[in-house]
Design a protein. Structure first.
Length: 91
Protein backbone atom coordinates (compact mmCIF):
# COMPACT_ATOMS: atom_id res chain seq x y z
CA UNK A 1 0.00 0.00 0.00
CA UNK A 2 1.18 3.47 -0.72
CA UNK A 3 1.32 6.18 1.88
CA UNK A 4 -1.48 8.09 0.16
CA UNK A 5 -4.34 8.38 2.70
CA UNK A 6 -6.91 8.50 -0.08
CA UNK A 7 -5.54 5.30 -1.63
CA UNK A 8 -5.54 3.63 1.79
CA UNK A 9 -9.15 4.67 2.36
CA UNK A 10 -10.14 3.50 -1.12
CA UNK A 11 -8.50 0.10 -0.50
CA UNK A 12 -10.33 -0.26 2.83
CA UNK A 13 -13.63 0.68 1.22
CA UNK A 14 -13.06 -1.83 -1.58
CA UNK A 15 -12.33 -4.59 0.95
CA UNK A 16 -15.40 -3.60 2.95
CA UNK A 17 -17.56 -3.68 -0.20
CA UNK A 18 -16.15 -7.08 -1.15
CA UNK A 19 -16.79 -8.39 2.36
CA UNK A 20 -20.36 -7.03 2.28
CA UNK A 21 -20.98 -8.75 -1.07
CA UNK A 22 -19.58 -12.00 0.34
CA UNK A 23 -21.78 -11.72 3.43
CA UNK A 24 -24.81 -10.97 1.26
CA UNK A 25 -24.14 -14.10 -0.80
CA UNK A 26 -23.70 -16.16 2.35
CA UNK A 27 -26.96 -14.77 3.75
CA UNK A 28 -28.84 -15.65 0.55
CA UNK A 29 -27.39 -19.17 0.62
CA UNK A 30 -28.33 -19.60 4.27
CA UNK A 31 -31.86 -18.36 3.60
CA UNK A 32 -32.21 -20.86 0.75
CA UNK A 33 -30.80 -23.64 2.93
CA UNK A 34 -33.25 -22.63 5.65
CA UNK A 35 -36.18 -22.81 3.21
CA UNK A 36 -35.01 -26.24 2.03
CA UNK A 37 -34.75 -27.47 5.61
CA UNK A 38 -38.22 -26.13 6.42
CA UNK A 39 -39.60 -27.98 3.40
CA UNK A 40 -37.88 -31.18 4.55
CA UNK A 41 -39.28 -30.71 8.06
CA UNK A 42 -42.77 -30.26 6.62
CA UNK A 43 -42.34 -33.39 4.52
CA UNK A 44 -41.09 -35.41 7.48
CA UNK A 45 -43.89 -34.07 9.68
CA UNK A 46 -46.40 -35.20 7.08
CA UNK A 47 -44.79 -38.64 6.89
CA UNK A 48 -44.79 -38.89 10.68
CA UNK A 49 -48.49 -38.04 10.82
CA UNK A 50 -49.20 -40.65 8.15
CA UNK A 51 -47.25 -43.25 10.13
CA UNK A 52 -49.11 -42.30 13.32
CA UNK A 53 -52.42 -42.66 11.49
CA UNK A 54 -51.38 -46.04 10.10
CA UNK A 55 -50.34 -47.13 13.60
CA UNK A 56 -53.74 -46.10 14.99
CA UNK A 57 -55.48 -47.92 12.15
CA UNK A 58 -53.35 -51.01 12.77
CA UNK A 59 -54.19 -50.90 16.48
CA UNK A 60 -57.88 -50.58 15.65
CA UNK A 61 -57.67 -53.51 13.23
CA UNK A 62 -55.84 -55.61 15.81
CA UNK A 63 -58.54 -54.82 18.38
CA UNK A 64 -61.26 -55.69 15.89
CA UNK A 65 -59.46 -58.91 14.97
CA UNK A 66 -59.20 -59.89 18.62
CA UNK A 67 -62.93 -59.25 19.13
CA UNK A 68 -63.75 -61.31 16.05
CA UNK A 69 -61.56 -64.16 17.28
CA UNK A 70 -63.31 -64.06 20.65
CA UNK A 71 -66.69 -64.13 18.93
CA UNK A 72 -65.54 -67.03 16.77
CA UNK A 73 -64.36 -68.96 19.83
CA UNK A 74 -67.67 -68.31 21.58
CA UNK A 75 -69.58 -69.46 18.50
CA UNK A 76 -67.46 -72.63 18.28
CA UNK A 77 -68.10 -73.34 21.95
CA UNK A 78 -71.85 -72.82 21.61
CA UNK A 79 -71.99 -74.97 18.47
CA UNK A 80 -70.05 -77.70 20.23
CA UNK A 81 -72.51 -77.57 23.13
CA UNK A 82 -75.46 -77.73 20.72
CA UNK A 83 -73.90 -80.69 18.88
CA UNK A 84 -73.32 -82.46 22.21
CA UNK A 85 -76.96 -81.92 23.19
CA UNK A 86 -78.16 -83.19 19.82
CA UNK A 87 -75.96 -86.27 20.08
CA UNK A 88 -77.35 -86.99 23.55
CA UNK A 89 -80.88 -86.71 22.20
CA UNK A 90 -79.96 -89.03 19.35
CA UNK A 91 -78.90 -91.78 21.76
Amino acid sequence: MSGDPLAILEERINRAVDKMAELKNQKEKLEKDNQDLKAKIDLLTGKLKAIENEKKQQTNLEDENQKLQQSQEEAKKRLSEIIDKLEKLKD
